[in-house]
Design a binder for this molecule. Structure first.
Ligand code: HEM
Length: 219
């Protein structure tokens, strides 16, 4: 076994990766500092369960609703995979938000971590975007009307509102174009953006180290 590990280490630099990524010095921290990693794990969980859902889900107005009924009632463990994806989505929004609050209240956004915060802001918006685009996919009454309201709210932005609403819907009203558009953004555009940004975000966390809990003497 050791020989195999040495052979791989010589070629992949596993020891270096281990010491740089995992064996880092951290200041005194507490459980609130685990929420960034929890957000990353939830993202992976959503990605994996989403891949399985996409085996049966069909993004067209004629089939979307029925394909979800099929997943829930006929596919082995389909109810479980969909349940995890459904509740995981809400949990991810909550955990990302609390992670943001912890970095805010412990002032971890200050020099030199401004870009960690900025990438975080985009990650939060993209995570909310995942929720918004995913909500339409079941194509039931709730999904349809929630997206109608959501896109109408976007339409109230001064000057460019109508343009934004039309781009979101792919026309003046919700249609098959809206569904395919939301599906594409939900499974390709936003996950690619989030995956890349998590990479940049965590690179900076490793490079800059974790900010400690501010103490009285520093203030
Ligand atoms: C998908 C969303 C996100 C993931 C996966 C993620 C991941 C992480 C991880 C693993 C850390 C290491 C320390 C810790 O866990 O607290 C971290 C730190 C940090 N995150 Fe996030 N994050 C996300 C969203 C956000 C958001 C929304 C913000 C703020 C707007 C943010 C701002 C920061 C800052 C400033 C740090 C540095 C903390 C320090 O050095 O003590 N992150 N993030």
């Amino acid at each position: 076994m050791n020989n195999v590990l040495e052979w791989l280490d010589e070629r992949l630099g596993l020891q270096t990766i281990y010491s740089v990524v995992l064996d880092r010095k951290v200041p005194k921290v507490n459980w609130w500092f685990t929420l960034g990693s929890a957000s990353a794990i939830l993202f992976v969980l959503q990605a994996v369960t989403g891949m399985f859902l996409s085996i049966y889900y069909v993004p067209s107005p004629e089939n979307a609703y029925d394909s979800i009924q099929f997943i829930m009632n006929d596919v082995a463990f389909g109810w479980l995979i969909r349940g995890i994806h459904h509740w995981g989505a809400s949990l991810m929004v909550i955990i990302v938000f609390i992670h943001m609050l912890r970095t805010f209240f412990l002032a971890a956004y200050k020099y030199p971590r401004e870009l960690t915060w900025l990438t975080g802001v985009i990650l939060l918006i993209a995570t909310l975007g995942m929720g918004f685009t995913g909500y339409l996919l079941p194509w039931n009454q709730r999904a349809y009307w929630a997206t109608t309201v959501g896109t109408e709210i976007a339409g109230t932005v001064p000057f460019i509102g109508q343009f934004i609403a039309n781009v979101l819907r792919g026309g003046a009203e919700l249609s098959a174009v809206t569904l395919t558009r939301f599906f594409a953004v939900h499974i390709w555009f936003l996950p690619a953006l989030i995956g890349a940004l998590i990479g940049v975000h965590i690179y900076m966390v490793i490079r800059l180290g974790i900010a400690g809990i501010p103490d009285k003497d520093e203030a």
